[in-house]
Design a protein around this ligand. Structure first.
Ligand code: GLY
Length: 332
């Protein structure tokens, strides 16, 4: 019995989902964890508070999966806050897997899901600053300095809910490395749960890359890219620069490695190693894979330092470092 989520904002998300895990409701658990992150205004890469696209409008993507025959997905929601909830309705109430754009919002309306404002005051201010500074339309993650006024930003964990207990048992929180303190953007929540009945489920929710080209969709809502669950093998999710993950069918790649006998740790290591080999990487690129085996073992690997996994199980809650980091350089 365990729930794991990407980044330390997952600590709070996991906690909100834990009663469902303990009650044997893995699907409710991943939906609840993602909904928590969607609603938190201080998480600026998911849901309300997510940074808008180059037109100043937020769009949300997400998916949910129990098995190859039970999955749902939405992309480009502009009026509904919880992509995983809408994706679950697609999975449970239509013969389809994926709905996109205005028709996905219209489907959510027909399902009785309440519309919501997605753009927070902080996200609007960040967008206006980006425009004032001559922001370029850049579909890559956090292009140099023109985004939020920092030098190259890449998703780096900000130790949400920072508490020494949750970061390796220290009585005081470990200090932020100097280069980490100036990075502030997180990425997708990917969440995997193995519940008390042994059911595996996964969910994934994001607002995509900041100031993206309108219409851009990344890995998160695409089954096999941002999320894959096979109840016979295990589950995997991804976070970070979607364009790097999509070229590898990342989450599927990890689960297929596990199917061939790799442990979760071996599978995620192989995936980020392949990512590092495959692309001409830029300083702002970051990605991580998180895997949960059928037996409850989990592991994560990141392209670069700065990623953490949030875990909740019978031993309590904690944020843990990845098992493997492909590139040692902290900045470039
Ligand atoms: N990983 C989220 C995205 O690239 O949209």
């Amino acid at each position: 019995m365990r729930i794991v989520s990407t980044w330390s904002f997952g600590l709070r998300a996991n906690e909100s989902a834990w009663p469902h895990v303990a009650a044997g409701r893995a699907l409710d658990a991943v939906e609840a964890a993602c909904a928590y992150a969607d609603a938190a205004p201080d998480i600026d890469s998911v849901g309300f508070g997510g940074l808008p696209d180059a037109s100043g409008r937020v769009s949300l993507d997400g998916c949910v999966m129990l098995s190859p025959g039970q999955c749902g997905s939405v992309a480009g929601l502009r009026t509904h806050l919880h992509p995983v909830t809408v994706a679950r309705r697609v999975m449970e109430r239509t013969p389809h897997v994926m709905l996109v754009g205005a028709d996905a919002d219209a489907f959510a309306d027909r399902e009785g899901l309440v519309q919501a404002e997605l753009l927070s005051d902080e996200a609007r201010a960040a967008y206006e600053k980006w425009r004032r500074e001559g922001g370029v339309v850049d579909q890559s993650r956090d292009g140099p300095s023109r985004t939020l006024g920092f030098d190259p930003l890449r998703p780096v964990d900000r130790r949400h809910g920072d508490d020494g207990r949750l970061f390796g048992g220290a009585t005081t929180p470990p200090p932020l490395p100097a280069d980490e303190a100036r990075w502030r953007h997180h990425d997708t929540i990917g969440c995997l749960a193995l519940d008390a009945r042994g059911t595996l489920a996964g969910g994934c929710s994001t607002s995509g890359t900041p100031f993206k080209v309108p219409g851009r969709v990344g890995d998160s809502p695409i089954i096999g890219h941002g999320l894959y669950v096979d109840p016979e093998v295990g589950a995997a999710t991804a976070t970070g620069t979607g364009e790097l993950i999509m070229g590898l069918c990342g989450a599927f790649l990890v689960v297929e490695s596990m199917r061939r006998g790799a442990t979760p740790a071996e599978a995620v290591r192989e995936a980020v190693t392949r990512m590092a080999r495959t692309y001409t990487l830029q300083a702002h690129h970051q990605a991580a894979f998180l895997a949960l085996g059928r037996d409850g073992t989990f592991a994560a690997a990141a392209l670069r330092p700065g990623y953490r996994t949030s875990v909740r199980d019978a031993d309590g809650a904690r944020a843990v470092e990845p098992d493997f980091v492909a590139l040692a350089d902290p900045v470039g």
